[in-house]
Design a protein around this ligand. Structure first.
Ligand code: SF4
Length: 451
């Protein structure tokens, strides 16, 4: 048995209480996937929804080294089923890595795609169909995919309205983040990539989605972008993002669950988001450990500071309700060389401390799986990412912490449970028990078809 197969199957048998789907998904997110030409899309001309590059690159190689996968984009996501692990439907975000032991290809004459690990087939891979709203353009010719892409199998509209971050350079940028690099590489390749999305364009793109998403598979939108430390378009951060929130909620009141990802802002600013109609606020704390936070998130430390950041999370919980403040952390960076924890035990103990800190007061963090992007300091030094065991033990720890503190899965992520989850950039939702009561308040079961 080759190395990757032994690693994955070894962890599946050591952690039988973690769904095998989640073990595999974490490894796919951590490692990336190679795509045969037969598994690429025809961009917006074809039948498959292409990867939109909705905020970061989420690739393990630069665009310039992706060959055909750069010219004919891979799909946004895969839906994996079947194979030797009898996978229930598992939605995985696509991160491209031509050197990956995972490969997707289409056998000659076959309708379906196959995912292989170390050369052996392990799942059928269905692709998201091209949504009707991607086939229509704005009046200025821009595409809906550029202005308002959807992810999570169509569940979430991802509005990165500011595609850069004013934390700039080695002393400020989060050490795992390639938002600024991603903006540069798309510009260099001559791709359309709007740095600041005009509100009118966002509203027009949303109107197209609203019109053509007749099955109501889009349930939420996330307003996000880089941090604003001075001004963008003459506005400070809360004003800048707040204006979009206000405009969207005035035009489409309650049509989607509105979420904002921003810095941990003072209470009055957070209150304004709430007053505009935003339902969920994500002041992401990224990494729990104090020493690592200062090293890995130097801009956040400099402009706000860790203790103040955490204090503002609890302030925000009083504004939104604790359940609706959902700070993210980037799972895996606490093990990144040269500064991270040397052992999985230490890293898990630290992450657990952070979960207890927030969950004991009703705030439910969530996490995305670190993608070691090569243009970032941590990705460059850790091309393999964090050990898979860390990710699997984190799933176990997260589920235990949620149960211990009597909390439900966070809202705005679709349904929990293996076979049900649509959250594509971490398998925490795949790992939680299915629970109808807790299915997202505004959720219906409609999802767009796979092809
Ligand atoms: S705050 Fe950090 S993670 Fe967010 S966009 Fe800026 S550099 Fe990236």
């Amino acid at each position: 048995m080759s190395n990757r197969t032994a690693l994955v199957e070894g962890l599946m048998s050591r952690f039988p209480h973690i769904p095998p789907e989640a073990v595999l998904k974490e490894d796919l997110l951590r490692t990336g996937i190679a795509f045969d030409d037969s598994a690429l899309t025809d961009n917006l001309e074809g039948e498959v929804k292409p990867k939109s590059y909705f905020i970061f690159s989420f690739d393990q190689k630069p665009l310039a080294q992706l060959g055909n996968a750069a010219r004919r984009r891979p799909p946004e996501e895969l839906a994996l089923t079947g194979g030797p692990y009898a996978l229930r439907r598992t939605i995985v975000s696509v991160r491209v890595n031509p050197d990956s032991p995972y490969r997707v290809y289409r056998a000659a004459g076959s309708e379906t795609l196959t995912l292989t690990m170390d050369g052996a087939p392990i799942a059928d891979a269905a692709l998201p169909g091209m949504p009707e709203y991607y086939r229509h353009t704005l009046s200025n010719g821009k595409t809906v995919m550029e202005i308002a892409p959807t992810i999570q199998w169509g569940y979430l509209i991802y509005l990165t309205v500011f595609r850069m971050c004013q934390y700039f350079g080695a002393k400020e940028e989060c050490q795992y983040c390639d938002i600024n690099h991603n903006w540069r590489q798309h510009k260099q390749e001559g791709r359309p990539y709007t740095g600041i999305k005009p509100i009118e364009e966002v509203l027009e793109a949303l109107a197209i989605i609203d019109k053509y998403d007749t099955g109501h598979s889009s349930h939420a939108y996330t307003l996000t972008g880089g941090s604003v430390t001075s001004k963008v378009d003459g506005r400070e951060e809360a004003d800048f993002y707040g204006l979009y929130a206000q405009a969207i909620e005035e035009r489409f009141p309650g049509r989607w669950i509105g979420k904002v990802v921003a810095q941990a802002l003072p209470r009055a600013d957070v209150q304004r988001f709430k007053d505009y109609g935003i339902k969920i606020y994500h002041p992401n704390y990224e990494v729990w450990d104090k020493r690592l936070f200062e090293i890995i998130c130097p801009g956040k430390e400099r402009y706000v500071g860790r203790e103040e950041w955490h204090r503002r999370i609890f302030d925000a919980a009083e504004v939104f309700g604790a359940r609706y403040v959902i700070p993210n952390f980037v799972a895996g960076v606490e093990m990144a060389r040269p500064f991270g924890f040397a052992t999985v035990n230490e890293a898990i103990a630290s992450t657990r401390e952070g979960l207890d800190h927030f969950m004991s007061r009703g705030v439910t963090p969530r996490f995305t799986t670190w993608c070691p992007e090569p243009a970032t300091p941590l990705g460059r030094d850790n091309p393999e990412g964090a050990p898979l065991e860390y990710h699997i033990r984190l799933l176990e720890t997260y589920r235990e912490a949620l149960e211990k503190h009597g909390l439900q899965p966070p809202p705005g992520y679709g349904p929990p449970g293996a076979g049900n989850a649509v959250f594509s950039v971490s398998s925490f939702m795949d790992t939680l028990a299915p629970n109808d009561e807790n299915a997202d308040e505004l959720m219906t079961s409609a999802v767009p078809a796979a092809v």
